[in-house]
Design a binder for this molecule. Structure first.
Ligand code: ZN
Length: 150
């Protein structure tokens, strides 16, 4: 199996069986995100204790990329500090919009998320891949309005 197929499998798997899916009743932060270009819509819930994300969940409907990205995000952010979550989002976003090269160092920092960087060539899919992350940022930093990729 080549790397591309492996990547594809991971996305398919997370889309079919999203991790941490559902409403988090005791969330300390939450926000809704919408990507009108594709129709992806989701809510991200976080439980933050002493600047550390201890629980992340999401619910909503979207394409395979947006769902897989949200699912992976919940796994990756659990246990991270808000500062670490911000830094990871920044790196992921920069790679996706082509401002940062995907070299070995970046790939290792991104970990599993690297599988989503295949959408770099497709600007409309970049919005699918980053929706959950933008929404999470909105929740953590208390932006009041609904988060839209447009
Ligand atoms: Zn989408």
């Amino acid at each position: 199996m080549d790397l591309r197929e492996l990547y594809q499998d991971l996305i398919v798997d997370h889309n079919k069986r999203p991790r941490n899916f559902g409403k988090l009743d005791d969330a300390t932060y939450f926000a809704e995100g919408f990507n009108p270009l594709c129709g992806d819509q989701l809510t991200v819930y976080l439980y933050v204790d002493a600047e550390r994300v201890t629980k992340v969940q999401f619910e909503g409907e979207g394409c395979a990329i947006s769902t897989a990205s949200a699912s992976m995000m919940t796994e990756i952010l659990t246990g991270k500090t808000i500062a670490e979550a911000d830094a990871l989002f920044e790196l992921f976003h920069q790679v996706l919009i082509g401002e940062k090269e995907l070299d070995d160092d970046t790939t290792s920092k991104l970990g599993k998320l690297a599988v989503l960087t295949g959408v770099r060539a497709y600007p409309s899919r970049v919005k699918c891949a980053t929706l959950a992350w933008h929404t999470c940022q909105g929740a953590l930093h208390k932006k009041q309005e609904a988060i839209s990729t447009e």
